[in-house]
Design a protein around this ligand. Structure first.
Ligand SMILES: *Cc1c(COP(=O)(O)O)cnc(C)c1O
Length: 341
């Protein structure tokens, strides 16, 4: 069966590199949403916990409940308010005043401030209203955060958003004092915004996803970063046939043999979340050319090796198909077996 190999050593290396950059392990929240970007939620959660990480983020309550026993706090980034109060290790990101009104009493919350991305979050002039709802409904404000829209691009937008967030922080701090509430944690940086920082992190922690898995899409002018891809994808041989020069392989007969050769079929395809390549241009995976179109459940290569590595670094595939590494790893089916080495 096809499998994903997870390098424990590379993950540890990235976590250490990023913790150093953030100013300590307790200043790094690892983002494990979407099945840990395809790497396997529970596997990566256990590894992160073993490396001393105390905070993580996921997308849904369902994900949070699988791993909250490993962390002091799991932040749910993009789910709807729950009907019942959750364990105090589980916090929710709040994206609007309307959303805020729906949380059960005592819920642990991180309020998202829209500092300019306009995807989610409350406006600066809604902060006071948010506090009124928090006090009225007896909610537990644990954090205040924002998200940058252009962190991995060469632009000054990050500074503009940061200024906006700093203004909101000041408003929050005043209201905290006024109402005598405990100070919430402030956070704003994702991977790219942490990596590009020249000065120490001002916030309480950073939320890092893609960089923990070994990737960055930051413009090269920001420098090179010592990150190591954690995942490699492997496929195993289903069958082999001996073909003649001129024989054509797969759907549409897109690949024509230039010499007599063995051709073997391997057990992964676009139904497993791998890319559906159309066989038109050349696709070379770890030095081997894919023969023709990728099918739903399989793909072909010249030769007869028992197992083949399809990638050790998702950058090549991302570039080839005009997308980003997030898209390549996250789409891999959660059913693909994981092997930690
Ligand atoms: C996904 C996500 C992150 C992590 O982003 P990376 O670029 O993978 O580091 C951080 N914050 C929020 C709100 C997110 O949705």
């Amino acid at each position: 069966m096809a499998f994903i190999e997870i390098s424990k050593e590379n993950y540890k290396h990235n976590i250490e590199f990023l913790s150093n950059k953030a100013g300590g392990k307790d200043r790094l929240m690892v983002v494990l949403k979407d099945n840990a970007y395809g790497h396997g939620l529970e596997i990566m959660a256990k590894l992160a916990c073993g490396f001393g990480i105390k905070k993580s983020a996921v997308k849904t309550l369902e994900e949070a409940k699988k791993i909250n026993f490993l962390f002091e706090e799991v932040l749910i980034l993009a789910d709807h308010p729950p009907f019942e109060l959750q364990d105090e290790s589980i916090s929710y990101a709040v994206h609007s005043l309307d959303g805020l009104r729906k949380f059960p009493k005592m819920s642990c919350l991180h309020v998202n401030i829209d500092s300019g991305m306009h995807r989610n979050g409350i406006r600066e002039d809604e902060i006071e209203d948010a506090f009124n709802i928090i006090i009225e409904n007896d909610l537990n404000l644990k954090g205040i955060f924002t998200h940058f829209r252009s962190a991995d691009e060469m632009s000054s937008e990050q500074y503009w958003q940061n200024e906006n967030f700093n203004r909101s922080k000041k408003i929050v701090k005043k209201l905290i004092k006024k109402y005598g509430l405990p100070m919430p944690k402030f956070h704003s940086c994702n991977s790219a915004s942490l990596l590009r920082r020249k000065n120490p992190l001002q916030d309480d922690f950073a939320r890092c996803g893609i960089s923990t898995y070994g990737y960055t899409h930051l413009h090269e002018n920001f420098g090179k970063f010592d990150l190591k891809p954690v995942m490699s994808l492997w496929a195993e041989k289903l069958s082999t046939r001996s073909l003649k020069k001129g024989d054509r392989v797969g759907y549409g007969g897109m690949y024509e043999l230039k010499f007599d050769s063995y051709v073997s079929t391997y057990d992964i395809g676009y139904g497993d979340g791998f890319f559906r390549y159309d066989g038109l241009s050349e696709l070379i995976l770890e030095d081997k050319s894919v023969c023709g179109r990728i099918s739903m459940d399989s793909l072909c290569f010249l030769g007869d090796e028992k197992k083949l590595c399809l990638f050790r670094d998702a950058h090549y595939l991302a570039k080839k198909f005009g997308t980003i590494t997030y898209d390549i790893t996250t789409k891999l089916s959660p059913y693909i077996k994981k092997v930690v080495v």
